[in-house]
Design a protein around this ligand. Structure first.
Ligand SMILES: [Zn+2]
Length: 321
């Protein structure tokens, strides 16, 4: 049982995670909620090696283990307290934070460090064991993210195809899932739906034939053929259209529209995290959830974040971050 409640205000958060020891203790409790257990000998007691900052040594066999291995903090030389503040800033702002803002707030030495951290933090916005959507769900595709204006509709080329599913909850929205998609074929759309919608649930789509096989796959399928109705697509599938318009506005606002397609999935994860927690009352709610995910999210190698063209300059930045 957690004897110490997570801080609920910014002041409490700053006090609670003011230094390295307190942040490491918190990660230690997340990593071993039932107490230390050695992966080699099963021993239950360990010494903290102060000289190694984040490393424990098993009292039984001497095996050493770092509390940040297998987390988004792995290999970072920067203080954990700084990381905790970055996570607070990332989650406390309703709309998110730009790399320039994060650099200024944390007084980070370089813009690139802030940029890299935001990408690492974004990877911890998707809980690996999150459950599928349930009940009735609106599903549609749209084109987002590209800098060049694409052609309208399904013929767009420059922009990325994204698929979204939104739970119907009364007149409002429940949880949302969004992913980029290679195309709008039945194979791609069914792959998305089988990943994000529980078996036997209800999918509400337009008449696009990429959705035609849903009924055969065990889903309840409601089809609204827009051209046969007096209503627009936004009226027939209002929730998923609302989500797409919020997503596009968010990309234009927080990120000035400059979300590159290479990083789109990270931004979609961040948007989804924010949307699904939009009613949270505590300013620290997002930080608590994100830390839970961060300790079970292995880092993506820096080369993977920046893409194949990892210059010596970028490699140097990675070493500092
Ligand atoms: Zn051991």
């Amino acid at each position: 049982m957690d004897l110490i409640a997570f801080p609920s205000t910014e002041a409490e958060f700053r006090t609670r995670f003011a230094d390295e020891d307190r942040c490491r203790d918190y990660l230690t409790r997340l990593k071993w909620p039932d107490g230390f257990r050695c992966a080699h000998c099963g021993g239950r007691s360990a010494y903290f090696l102060r000289s190694k900052r984040v490393v424990y040594e098993c009292a039984g066999c001497g095996h050493q283990i770092s509390v940040i291995v297998g987390t988004i903090f792995e290999q970072s030389k920067k203080p954990l307290a700084l990381w905790f503040r970055a996570i607070f800033e990332f989650t406390a702002s309703k709309q998110g934070i730009s790399a320039a803002e994060l650099q200024r707030k944390l007084d980070l030495g370089s813009y690139q460090t802030a940029w890299t951290w935001l990408h690492k933090i974004r990877t911890a916005t998707v809980r690996p064991d999150r459950g599928p959507l349930s009940g009735a769900v609106e599903i549609d595709e749209s084109y987002v993210g590209g800098r060049e204006p694409g052609k309208p509709g399904r013929a767009a080329e420059k922009k990325a195809i994204t698929v979204a599913a939104v739970e119907k909850r009364g007149r409002g929205c429940g949880r949302v899932r969004i992913a980029s998609s290679a195309d709008v074929s039945a194979t791609a759309l069914l792959g998305f739906i089988e990943t994000h919608l529980g078996p036997g649930e209800t999918a509400h789509t337009d008449g696009w034939n990429g959705y035609a096989s849903l009924g055969n796959k065990g889903y309840q399928h409601i089809v609204s053929v827009i051209s046969q109705l007096d209503q627009t697509a936004a009226e027939v599938l209002p929730r998923v259209h609302l989500v797409f318009s919020l997503l596009k506005r968010w990309i234009l606002g927080t990120h000035q529209g400059s979300v590159s397609l290479k990083h789109l999935d990270g931004y979609l994860g961040e948007f989804t995290f924010r949307f699904n927690r939009r009613r949270a009352r505590r300013i620290t709610h997002g930080a608590e959830r994100l830390l839970d995910i961060a300790v079970v999210t292995p880092p993506r190698p820096f080369r993977q974040i920046v893409g194949r063209s990892c210059s010596p300059e970028n490699a140097r930045i990675a070493a500092q971050a």
